[in-house]
Write a protein that binds this ligand. Structure first.
Ligand code: 13P
Ligand code: SF4
Length: 306
């Protein structure tokens, strides 16, 4: 992708400062293309959590919603983790408050809590194990309990209940408002015009849309699936930022998005200018309460060991 001259100038300054200050930049697929382009690594939540553990640089600049930067800090407490705009939060993560999780635990005393990585550190600290969209089914199957509270995304949880998890699962009533906008209608509006397009979706979509899809996977799994496929045209049912990396990995594919296009405004709050200010001024260092961080780390490491 060709960027305008002004964008290129800011990118060059970011790359210069990054080298000078020995900062490693990580970005989620839903980031703006110009932000992804200056990042050392772009990935899904699972890949980014794994990467955070093995970095040489003393500082990580995390371009993603706040909980993602928190995970990097929890896993690498000795590093400085910067987030260019901490107000960028995940609307799904805010749907499971710690007090509600404690209440659910009292209601289901025999159940273990599997928390999706899209949760705050305080909620993770109350979970037995964390999962991401790339490994949720394996984590639910792998945990040593026959009864599970799965939070906060009911669609991700119900997808795995419908596809192979043979346990009693109490689903939280949370959802991602961005993926909720990917409806049967918004998908059919495009499929009516391009009936040969293969529908691939993120598991945060509703069951009706997931069951229409040819492939369901995390953002990285979608990128890899499309790159490896012989099919030419795809309708991609997730946030539009993902298309930037798919185009790099599979330039010969024709990519379509649902109508209207799904955009996570929270992810898009991280702009190139904010990344530059963050690098220049060391803003904003992520801090997690030590006790919360230690408990959350145990739950995240349990996932990484599975
Ligand atoms: P991934 O686990 O695919 O990175 O998705 C995270 C997310 O926020 C999806 O909306
Ligand atoms: Fe959260 Fe949804 Fe945005 Fe993902 S797309 S960060 S789940 S609000």
């Amino acid at each position: 992708m060709e960027f305008a001259k002004e964008i290129r100038e800011v990118q060059e300054e970011i790359l210069r400062l990054k080298r000078e200050k020995k900062v490693f930049i990580m970005a989620h697929y839903y980031q703006r293309p110009e932000v992804q382009a200056i990042s050392d690594v772009v990935g899904d939540s699972l890949e980014l959590s794994r990467k955070a553990v093995h970095l040489d640089e003393p500082t990580v600049l995390f371009c993603g919603v706040y909980f993602m930067a928190e995970v990097a800090k929890i896993l690498s407490p000795e590093k400085t983790v910067l987030n260019p705009y901490p107000q960028a939060g995940c609307l799904l993560a805010d749907m499971a408050l710690p007090a509600e999780v404690e209440k659910a635990r009292r209601r289901h005393p025999n159940a273990k809590v599997v928390a999706y990585v899209n949760t705050t550190a305080a909620t993770k600290a109350l979970a037995d194990v964390i999962c991401t969209s790339a490994n949720a089914g394996d984590v639910i199957k792998g945990i040593d309990a026959e009864e599970v509270i799965f939070l906060p995304d009911k669609h991700l949880g119900s997808y795995h209940v419908r596809h192979g998890v043979n346990k009693k699962v109490h689903l939280w009533d949370g959802y991602c408002p961005v993926h909720k906008r990917i409806t049967v209608e918004s998908v059919n509006r495009v499929l009516d015009r391009y009936p040969d397009a293969q529908l691939v979706v993120h598991p945060e979509v509703s069951p009706e849309v997931a069951e229409m899809a040819h492939f369901v996977g995390s953002t990285s799994q979608l990128v890899r699936h499309i790159a490896a496929s012989d099919h030419k045209r795809f309708l991609v049912g997730t946030e539009e930022g993902t298309l930037f990396k798919i185009r790099e990995a599979a330039p010969d594919k024709e990519l379509l998005l649902p109508d209207p296009i799904p955009v996570c405004d929270q992810m898009k709050m991280i702009t190139l200018e904010r990344v530059l200010v963050s690098l220049r001024e060391g803003l904003y260092p992520v801090e997690v309460d030590q006790e919360v961080a230690q408990r959350a780390k145990v739950a995240i490491e349990r996932m990484l060991s599975l």
